[in-house]
Design a protein around this ligand. Structure first.
Ligand code: HEM
Ligand SMILES: [Cu+2]
Length: 544
């Protein structure tokens, strides 16, 4: 089964933008890592990068907003179309969407690169960017809604031809991902449309930090699931097959995604435990809901490990734990994703610490936080996406990966580099070192930080080397590889198939309604109060 040519070209176009963004993200990261060890490369980088904070803004935006979003908008529709065996319902809309998003990205990039949007990827007011930054990012978000629309139309057309079948799991998961995101992104859209855009255009005199942060984190927590769920799609529906096994349970997989749909959004206050102006009681409600959304991740862990085990045992694996060694470690796509899963276990444990109201106070705004997010979005997601491109780029190009061995080296380097890098940041954070700080210029550097700081640069350099090998391999695959590569996408079969799931596990509306109810309960009172009382009298600031 192969999808139409349109989806392939569209996916390739999204991947191209995503990869360029990642390259920029990695290079700016290297400069930050070196800076922590006292090697200040910023003077040499002017005027391209005009300050540490300029570079950090580019780093955050390119990595977590552009690389992730563009990869996902290429990968998820591809998987959906392939698994349905039906073409994209509205191909022209697909291209309009791509150009809208790319146009928005370019619009946002002008002030970002030009140091007129050095507000970091969270753009908290009263830091004020050029209006083109906010408008451009808003266009990208609107583009993602059009992707949702196209996926929904595609499933509807498929449903007409297959009235009684269960939606195939990969397509179901793709749709849940985009439905969840569309609902969750309303907070960000509201912040842009009612606050930052009119304010940056001069139509509104002042702004308010707290309301903007509430709207930002309404979207800012679920966005992590928007990054993570596409990796889960691969872990559930592709990796078991790549590992020579079967998915343990299709109904359990659906259950976990439906729980993500319901629970991803109503918990953003866990990013605001330290913010005044939000009642402690609501912070506690969001804390409990955060622990609740850990549950579908545990379901995922159980289901995916059981699936991997089936593959390893089919390959002759034995014992309670030793089967793990029998996974196809020579396949860089599998190695990348299994190692991403392992790294994610540490990220998850750290996440529980962040989510705990009292422990959060210890790590809040310290280097612990970037330590955590490089394990999660920087590895669980990014290394999984890299693993996916190790088969997806060959498939789109029709040529085998240039070098599997180089890819394996790359994958292991990423993990080793990340363990050094992230461990150092976690430890520095526990010693009270702040994040988002040009540490080399800080007069308050503590003696106990000094032996750990060079590890940030060592780990960061290994990561950069790994990334450069990754890009080299992909470029050589495009340009120099001669061996042909097949066009089939092989999805995993399930030991317990979709027909074991109750019919309600194949419906969206009841779950979406439940999600809306929970959001209204968890956010409604605080939002109503803030909107009614917020004075919008804070002037904007440009501090760079
Ligand atoms: C070569 C690889 C990388 C290196 C050396 C690196 C380095 C760094 C450093 C040192 C910081 C801390 C800056 C500070 O708090 O002052 C940072 C922040 C950050 N990094 Fe990376 N990074 C890399 C790759 C990535 C990737 C792949 C992602 C995500 C996909 C990512 C996402 C982020 C984010 C979101 C922040 C926080 C930005 C902020 O506070 O505004 N990084 N990075
Ligand atoms: Cu969060």
């Amino acid at each position: 089964m192969t999808a139409g040519a349109t989806i392939r070209r569209l996916t390739a176009a999204y991947l191209a933008v995503a990869l360029v963004a990642l390259l920029g993200g990695v290079l700016t990261g290297l400069a930050q890592g070196l800076e922590h060890a006292g090697i200040n490369v910023y003077p040499a980088l002017t005027p391209v990068v005009q300050s540490y904070y300029h570079g950090l803004s580019v780093h955050g935006v390119l990595n977590v907003l552009v690389w992730t979003t563009f990869f996902i908008c290429g990968f998820v529709p591809f998987i959906t179309v392939e698994s349905l065996g039906a073409p994209l319902a509205a191909p022209r809309l697909g291209w309009v969407t791509f150009w809208l998003m790319t146009g928005g990205l370019l619009l946002a990039a002008i002030p970002l690169v030009g140091n007129a949007a050095t507000v970091m990827f969270t753009f908290y007011p009263p830091l004020k960017a050029h209006w083109a930054f906010y408008v451009g990012l808003t266009l990208v978000v609107v583009g993602t809604w059009l992707v949702t629309l196209n996926l929904a139309l595609t499933r509807r057309a498929w449903r007409r031809a297959h009235p009684t079948e269960r939606t195939p799991l990969p397509a179901f998961m793709g749709l849940v991902t985009f439905t969840m995101w569309t609902l969750a992104s309303l907070g960000l859209a509201a912040e842009m449309l009612f606050m930052t855009i009119p304010w940056s255009l001069g139509l509104r005199g002042g702004t308010d930090a707290l309301l903007a942060r509430v709207l930002f984190w309404f979207t800012g927590h679920p966005i992590v699931y928007f990054w993570l769920l596409p990796a889960y799609v691969s872990w559930y529906t592709l990796v078991p097959r790549q590992a020579g096994g079967r998915l343990f349970s299709d109904p359990l997989a659906r259950a976990s995604f439906l729980l993500f749909l319901v629970l991803s959004t109503p918990l953003g206050f866990h990013h605001q435990y330290a913010d005044p102006g939000i009642h402690e009681g609501w912070k506690l409600v969001h804390a409990f809901l955060t622990f609740a959304v850990f549950f579908p991740s545990l379901l995922t862990f159980f289901n995916v490990v059981a699936s991997l085990e089936s593959g390893a045992r089919a390959r002759g694996g034995r014992g309670w734990v030793m089967w793990f060694g029998k996974l196809p470690w020579g396949d860089p796509s599998v190695a990348a994703q299994v190692l991403a899963m392992l790294t994610f276990a540490f990220g998850g444990i750290g996440g529980l610490i962040n989510a705990s109201v009292s422990l959060n106070l210890l790590v809040h705004n310290t280097a612990w936080i970037p330590g955590h997010l490089h394990l999660t979005v920087g590895t669980a997601v990014t290394l999984s996406f890299m693993g996916i491109t190790y088969w997806l780029v060959p498939l789109l190009r029709g040529r085998a990966l240039w070098s599997r061995r180089l890819a394996l080296v790359q994958v292991w380097l990423w993990v080793v580099g990340m363990l050094i890098f992230s461990n150092a940041l976690h430890r520095l954070g526990l010693m009270g070192m702040p994040r988002r700080t040009m540490i080399g210029a800080a007069p308050y550097i503590q003696p106990e930080w000094k032996p750990v700081l060079p590890l940030v640069a060592v780990g960061g350099s290994i990561l950069t080397l790994s990334a450069l090998l990754y890009f080299a391999n992909l470029v050589l695959t495009l340009l120099a590889s001669r061996e042909p590569y097949g066009q089939d996408v092989a999805f995993a079969e399930a030991m317990s198939g979709p027909d074991h799931a109750p019919a309600i596990f194949d419906r969206f509306r009841p779950w979406l309604a439940l999600a809306v109810v929970l959001i209204v309960l968890a956010y409604g009172p605080s939002l109503v109060y803030l909107i009614a009382t917020t004075p919008f009298d804070s002037p904007g600031m440009r501090v760079w």
